[in-house]
Design a protein around this ligand. Sequence first.
Ligand code: PHE
Length: 342
Amino acid sequence: MMDIFEQVNAVIAEMEAAAPDSKAALEQFRIRYLGTKNIIKPLFAEIGKVPVERKKAFGQLVNAAKIAAETKFATLQAALETASEVETTRIDLTAPPIGLPVGSRHPVSIVMNRIVDIFRRIGYTVAEEREIEDDWHNFTAMNTPPDHPARDMQDTFYLKNSTEMLLRTHTSSVQARTMTRQKPPIRIIAPGRVYRNETISARSHCQFHQVEGLYIDENVSFADLKQTLLYFAKEMYGATKIRLRPSFFPFTEPSAEMDVYWGLKNETDHRITKGTGWLEILGCGMVDPQVLENCGIDSEKYSGFAFGMGIERQAMLQYGISDIRLLFENDTRFLKQFAAAL
Ligand code: PHE
C-alpha cells in the first residue's frame, strides 16, 4: 500500500498537471480539489494516524497541497477571465464590413466640370480666386462706377463695417486678378461661387455659381468670341444655332447675351424657353479697353473677349430640377440621385 506521504504527493502531482482550459473544466478542477467533497479533505483526517514524529511534516504537506490548489485555481480563474474579455473585444476580420455611404458629385459640380472641360480642350487654363474680394477687383477695375446700382448694399454683401471688402458678386473679379498679374496672351476659365443679396425663392438664391472665361491677345475679334461660343454650345447642348442679342455690361463693349437654340419640340415644360425655342445661357462681350488699362494691359496692342454664365440654371435645366433651393440643402436623398451622372 502507498505510503500516506506518497498519496499526498500523488494528489499534488495530479493537481499540478491538470490544465483546465475552459470555464467548465475549471469548475471540475474546483470541485475536485476545493469543493466540499474534495480529494484533499480526507487526507487531513489521516493526520491522526501518522506517527507522532512525522505528524508535523505530514500536516504541513497536506496544508501545502490545499494552498497549492487554491493558488492554482485563483491563477487559472484570472487567466480565463482576461481571455474571455479579449474574446469579446477581438475584431472579427471575417465579418462583412458595415457599408460606408459613398458620396456622389453635386449636380452643380458635374455641370461646372463639364463646362470647364469643354474650354480646357481648346487651351483654356483654370483660374480660381478668392470669394471675399475687395471693391477694386469686383467693381472699380471692372469699370463699374461708384454710383452703379450693383454696388448698392441691397445687391452686394459687404463685410461687417466695411465699404471696401465684399463677397464677390460675379466671377468677373477673376478677370481683374488675372490681368493685373499676368501678361497676355491670357486664356482662362474661372469657375466659382458668387453672392448676391437676393431673396431666396424657387428661382433665385443669395449664393450661386458662375463660370467666367477670358481671352486676351493681339488681334482678338468679335468673330473669335462668336466661334468660341458656338463651339461651346455644340459641345454642351448639341446645339446647332446660337443667337447673340445686344446687351450691356460695364466691363464689355460691345456686350451681348447668348441664347442657345433648344427647339420647341423638346419643350415639355413651357417655362424652359417660354415658347420661343431659345435658351438664355450667358453674358459676354469684348473686354472694354478701359478695363485693360485699369489692369495695366496696353489696350492699343491687345484686345480680348470675356463671358460669364450661371451654373445653377443650367443644372436645373439639365436634370429637370424645379427649385434652386434643392441645390443648397445638401439633402443626401436628393444628391444621391446624381451618383450615376458622375
Ligand atoms: N459678370 C456678368 C454677370 O455676372 C457676366 C459677364 C461676364 C458678362 C463676362 C460679360 C462678360 O452677369
